[in-house]
Design a protein around this ligand. Structure first.
Ligand code: NDP
Length: 600
């Protein structure tokens, strides 16, 4: 890059590229996913459910239902809703938590909210005739909406809450799944939908001494309001007079740190990698605007957003937020140059420039908001915006101006160890009364380790064995050898920033298939060997497209903790545009031939 070009842009891309590389290299750890501690054995109390008022007592079940849905989050709820709409009556929801809501049941920490726009994030808005209160909805509203969906579609009927699946076995003779649970159930189901959630299993850092800490501690996904006081809106009166340490600065920490900082006497925020903190600009819903939307608006808005965030072109940007801004910038660049016939390489170059520009803006925000120059510098993210989950918040950065709040930046190294009384970082011990782990969830580990139960398909083969070489499915939904089992999730299917959109498309698809099988009196559906092999080949081929981008990213769960080269391409998402994948599923259903499935 010439000096004058760098001057025009306000930054030198070569310098930034080099800075991104050195920041990334500091953070790469040989252990990758192995650096984390599972919550089992002495650590299992971290996943106890703190939200149950009353433990349900019931006899073990051995009855049979047509469809069992595992997981009462958005995926399970959407599957239940679409199956009900298709006319399926005999449905049982099975959920570990005491209520529907999934991730929003567990994640009730102060400040929890969704920063994907509520008008596209909340499912079934037209069906329930529901107007979200704000552009960005808060966790309690999402939990309430989850319950409303369950009520609207009568999913409480026959549901098993507070019930954790421990194992599933396919019984060849009866062509039924036998589902064992921690309640002693051995219930049976003709079809099983598995919607375990992609961020279901919280993790701890595998730091020396973590088992020796004698103060209070908990993970953000099991917030201890008995200790902190207050509620999802903050006001954590229990933290008065307390010294708190929080480990992690991802999307969760960004939302709860302002509330802890407001109430605790002292807060140490232990940072390994700063998040990108863009403007949130939340506002109440304009009722008139909302009511003026034409029927079908919800799907249309979701599609518009997805098209834009996956790099496509749309006539207008309906959502018009921080997620779509990078694409707006790109279109602006292209218009200025009056050149829309760009080659792929040119487009990638323009994308990188738009990304640099966006991240420069985010870094400048830290300087503008944070008073202490060194703290502001440490809060600046040096990586491309979509290397990690982008965050949007208007109070997080300000929190570091509070007298009792201190950022303990570890220059990418993480904390050294935990002692009986505190946390050691950069060789210094910080004494705390309470340690909060905002250290996220398992992503790159085996499917059954994350779901918490094994399934045994035909000939008693386990899913873990079957996938020991990598995930193997047709459309991410069917895996040969595991008939009548429909998987909702992330692997080998389209990924979108608005995850409920993908779940809705999966729900429509599986309800079509199950309903078809029930109506046509087919007892067993299974992916054909050839169709599954072809799909896996497609996934592997397409996985290569994003390889360079992720290889150059700072470590995180988007790139297998910096070990992108070790990532089995079979375990990735569909590498094409999500809208293309959804259209492909729709065309498949329209064809009506259930191509690639064997029905008996
Ligand atoms: P993340 O995995 O994003 O963050 C975990 C944090 O813990 C990171 O900052 C990580 O640092 C840090 N960490 C891990 N080990 C150590 C260590 N040894 N020393 C110091 N720090 C350590 O988890 P979150 O719960 O924040 O978010 C998970 C996902 O949930 C998000 O990506 C998002 O998809 C979703 N979410 C969405 C929200 C929304 O819509 N607003 C809100 C909250 C969550 P490092 O980055 O260096 O690995």
């Amino acid at each position: 890059m010439s000096d004058s070009a760098a001057f025009d842009l306000g930054f030198d891309p070569d310098v930034l590229r080099e800075k991104y590389r050195t920041e990334r290299d500091k953070r790469v750890r040989v252990e990758g996913n192995e650096q984390y501690q599972q919550m089992q054995g002495d650590f299992s109390h971290y996943i106890d459910d703190p939200y149950i008022d009353e433990v349900i007592n019931r006899e073990p079940l051995t009855d049979t239902v047509e469809v069992a849905i595992i997981g009462g989050g958005f995926g399970g709820l959407l599957a239940g809703a679409r199956l009900r709409e298709a006319g399926v009556k005999d449905i049982r929801m099975i959920e570990k938590g005491g209520e529907f809501g999934g991730t929003w049941y567990w994640n009730r920490y102060p400040g929890a909210a969704c920063d994907v726009e509520s008008y596209i994030y909340l499912p079934l808005l037209e069906e329930l005739n529901y107007m979200p209160k704000q552009k960005f909805t808060r966790a309690p509203e999402i939990l309430a909406h989850s319950k409303a969906i369950a009520e609207h579609y009568k999913l409480y009927d026959n549901a098993c809450l507070q019930t954790e699946v421990t194992e599933m076995k396919w019984d060849e003779a009866s062509a039924l799944w036998i589902i064992n649970t921690n309640r002693g159930d051995a219930m049976k189901a003709r079809f099983v939908v598995m919607s375990n959630g992609p961020l279901h299993k919280p993790k701890l850092p595998g730091i020396p001494g973590i088992d020796t800490f004698k103060g209070h501690s908990f993970h953000t996904s099991r917030w201890d309001y008995d200790y902190t006081g207050g509620d999802a809106t903050g006001n954590l009166a229990g933290l008065k007079g307390k010294r708190i340490g929080i480990i992690g600065t991802g999307a969760t920490a960004v939302q709860c740190v302002p509330h802890i900082g407001e109430s605790a006497d002292q807060l140490f925020v232990f940072q390994r990698t700063p998040s990108s903190i863009d403007v949130r600009n939340d506002r109440p819903t304009d009722e008139e605007w909302f009511n003026s939307q034409a029927p079908g608006w919800h799907q249309h808005r979701m599609e518009n957003f997805n098209t834009l965030v996956s790099g496509g072109i749309a006539e207008e940007d309906l959502v018009n937020d921080g997620w779509t801004e990078i694409i707006r910038n790109l279109l602006l660049l292209m218009k200025i140059e009056k050149n829309s016939n760009l080659s792929k390489a040119d487009l990638a170059g323009k994308m990188e420039l738009a990304d640099f520009q966006k991240m420069e803006q985010i870094r400048a925000r830290a300087d503008t908001v944070v008073n202490d120059a060194a703290t502001a510098e440490a809060l600046k993210p040096y990586y491309r915006q979509f290397c990690k989950r982008p965050c949007f918040h208007d109070e997080y950065l300000e929190t570091f101006n509070r007298p009792g709040v201190e950022l303990i930046d570890t220059a990418g190294q993480g904390i050294d160890r935990i002692t009986e009384t505190g946390v050691v970082a950069n060789g210094i011990e910080y004494e705390v009364d309470c340690l909060i782990f905002a250290t996220g969830f398992e992503v790159g580990t085996e499917y059954t380790r994350r779901s918490g139960y094994e399934l045994y398909g035909k000939n008693g083969q386990s899913l873990t064995d079957n996938w020991s070489d990598g995930v193997s499915t047709l459309h991410g939904m069917h895996s040969r050898g595991f008939p009548n089992c429909l998987i909702m999730g992330n692997s080998q299917t389209a990924f979108t920033a608005n995850y409920p959109h993908a779940l809705n498309e999966q729900a429509k698809h599986l309800s079509y298939i199950i309903n078809h099988a029930l109506e046509s009196n087919h007892r067993v559906i299974e992916a054909s060997e050839q169709a599954e092999a072809q799909w896996v080949e497609t996934i592997v081929k397409m996985a290569r497209m994003g390889e360079r981008f992720y290889a150059e990213c700072t470590p995180g769960y988007y790139n297998n903790e910096g070990k992108n080269e070790d990532r089995n391409p079979k375990n990735t998402n569909y590498g094409g545009k999500s809208m293309r994948f959804f259209k492909m599923l729709e065309d498949w259903r329209d064809a009506g031939t259930l191509e690639g499935l064997e029905l008996t």
